[in-house]
Design a protein around this ligand. Sequence first.
Ligand code: ATR
Length: 282
Amino acid sequence: MADSRETKARAFVAGFPIGHSRSPLIHNHWIGQFALDGYYEALEIAPENFEAFIKDLKKSESHRGGNVTIPHKEAAYRLADKPDELAEELGASNTLWLEDGLIHATNTDGHGFTANLDHHRAGWDKVDTAVILGAGGASRSVIQSLRNRGIKEIHVVNRTVDRARQLADHFGPTIHAQPMGALSEVLKGAGLFVNTTSLGMDGTEAMAIDFTPLAQNALVTDIVYVPLKTSFLTQAEKQGFSTVDGLGMLLHQAVPGFEKWFGRRPNVDMALRQRVIDDMDR
Ligand code: ATR
C-alpha cells in the first residue's frame, strides 16, 4: 500500500549534512496552525546526488518544493528553470517551488533580514548609512536587501578587504569596501550596524567594538542566532544601543516558501519563536 503521506502536500529542506535544521519545526508549526494536510521534512542529500534529486523533484506528484541549504544553494540556482532576479544576482537560491512542471527559484534571506527589522522598528530603513561587518555569503543577501530598500551608503567592513571589494564591484556604487581599521570612522553617524560574521558565536573570541560613534538611535543587529545574545549584541546594549537578534531573520525567511508551497501566508508569532528557542536549549 502506498504511504498515505504520498497524497499529502510535501515540502523539504535539503542539505548535507542536514544536522539540526530548525526548518521542519518552523514549517510543521504552521502546517499545524492552518490544519493543513501536508508535511515538511529534512532530507540529507550528498552533493553528488543533488542534480538527480532536482530531476526527481520535477516528476513528483506531491512535492511542492522546498528549501536548500549548505552546500546546495549555488547548485539549486544553477539547476532551476526559472530563477528570479534576487537569486540571479546572488547566484544562489534557498527556496524552490514547482509551477507548471518547472522549478522556480528565489532567495528569501534578504526578505528575512528586512522583515525582522520591520517587525522591530517601523522606519528603520530611513537611515542614510549602514555598516555591515563581514563579506561572506550571508553578507551578500544583507547587502542586496539593504540596497533594494534604498539605503544610500553601505560600508562593508571585512578582515580580508578584497572580499569586500568584490561585493562592492558586484552590487554597485553605493557599496563601499572598508578594512577593519576603518570601522570607527565609518560607524560615525551610521543608523544601522549589522554583524554577518561568525564572531561572537559559541567558542569564538569576542572582538571588542566601540559602538559609540553610531547615531544615537542606531539599530544594531546580528544575523547569528546561536546564542541569541551574541557578544556583538551584548556589547552594543551595554553601550546603550537598541538591538535585534538574528532568530527573527530565520523565521521570516521561511514565510515566502511556505506561502508558495501551501498557499497560506503564515505569521511569525511569539509562540513559534519560543518553540525554536526551546528547541535550541535542548
Ligand atoms: P557566511 O557564508 O556564513 O557568511 P563565510 O563565507 O565563511 O560565511 O564568511 C564569514 C565571514 O566572517 C567573513 O567575512 C570572514 O572574514 P574573512 O573574509 O576575512 O575571512 C568573517 N570572519 C570569520 N572569522 C573571523 C575573525 N576571527 N575575524 C574577523 N572576521 C572573521
